[in-house]
Design a protein around this ligand. Structure first.
Ligand SMILES: Nc1ncnc2c1ncn2[C@@H]1O[C@H](COP(=O)(O)OP(=O)(O)OP(=O)(O)O)[C@@H](O)[C@H]1O
Ligand SMILES: [Mg+2]
Length: 285
């Protein structure tokens, strides 16, 4: 059994203070926790994010789908501060991520500001990215101790709780190389949760797994989606999973939102021919 309290983390961090100056959200509508405001990313002539406007509400679970190269990973990497946008403004919890406000003006963010805002975000990668030379417990305690300043005993206690939750309470001393792919990915999920993120980014987290290991990871994520307030951005080709857990499906094409809506609409009655073609290809696969 997964103790629900182990997964139910309060949504911490700074309160949302506005999307963009002068444009308050209509009353009754929650302020978005993630905002992409005309975000552009280019590599030479290649336009990867094309003045992207994209909002995510607190506690919303958004599935991101789209063809290869459409910019899905780039969106998550921009949020993790791994990719710097060429233009536009990104906000997390009302605060600019790549900028900071000085005398009412947005100026490029300092490393300290980037680290602070990024602290609200956790990410799970396709290829797990665990520290191979650290055991499971240390993989999960390392960042809370060194980034959040938790004591060793508090970090260990929290890590044990989370590793129990993902069904790995008996593997604390194992090293990543001694675990299956599904187990490694579950450690990676526990590691991301150990930082108490407000926003969790998941980038095709089952696509490197053998088919029989996919279910154990999706089950953990289903629980997280259904039982916690964590905002989730889920890049996935698992249509059944996306239908199950998401409030909204966003179809990206060429660095823009081409179509979006509730899963019941996008998966059964897509309007855009590109969405129709993409879903046909994915479902036949
Ligand atoms: N460092 C880089 N230098 C040049 N081009 C890059 C770089 N990183 C990404 N790209 C290009 O940006 C585009 C978008 O990449 P991205 O990884 O966001 O796509 P994606 O939608 O996640 O695709 P996939 O479904 O294959 O994972 C691709 O054309 C990719 O080749
Ligand atoms: Mg990708």
């Amino acid at each position: 059994m997964v103790p629900p309290e182990a997964l139910t983390q309060p949504v911490g961090g700074a309160p949302a203070t506005g999307v963009s100056p002068g444009q308050p959200a209509p009353s009754g509508v929650p302020e978005p926790i993630v905002v992409f405001d005309k975000v552009r990313k280019t590599y030479g002539d290649l336009v990867v994010l094309d003045d992207l406007d994209f909002h995510v509400a607190p506690n919303e679970k958004v599935a991101i789908i789209g063809p290869s190269g459409s910019g899905k990973t780039t969106i998550l990497r921009v949020l993790m501060t791994l990719v710097k946008p060429t233009g536009g403004v990104v906000r997390v919890g009302g605060e600019p991520l790549w900028h900071q406000e000085v005398n009412g003006k947005l100026v490029p963010a300092s490393d300290r500001h980037l680290r602070k805002v990024r602290g609200k975000i956790g990410m799970v990668f396709q290829h797990f990215n665990l520290f191979p030379n650290m055991n499971v417990l240390r993989n999960v305690t390392e960042a809370p101790m060194h980034v959040k300043g938790l004591s060793r005993s508090d970090a260990k206690e929290r890590a044990r709780e989370l590793l129990d939750t993902v069904g790995l309470g008996d593997k604390l001393e194992h090293f990543p190389g001694q675990l299956s792919g599904g187990q490694q990915q579950r450690v990676a999920i526990a590691r991301a949760l150990a930082m108490d993120p407000d926003v969790l980014l998941l980038d095709e987290v089952t696509s490197a797994l053998d088919p029989e290991l996919v279910g154990e990871v999706l089950n953990i994520l289903r629980k997280l989606a259904h039982e916690t307030q964590i905002t989730m951005l889920i890049v996935t080709h698992e249509i059944g999973f996306a239908r199950d857990v998401s409030d909204r499906v966003v179809f990206f094409d060429k660095g823009r939102v081409a179509e979006e809506g509730p899963p019941s609409q996008i998966f059964t009655n897509p309007q855009n021919p590109r969405t129709q073609g993409f879903l046909k290809a994915v479902l036949q696969h």
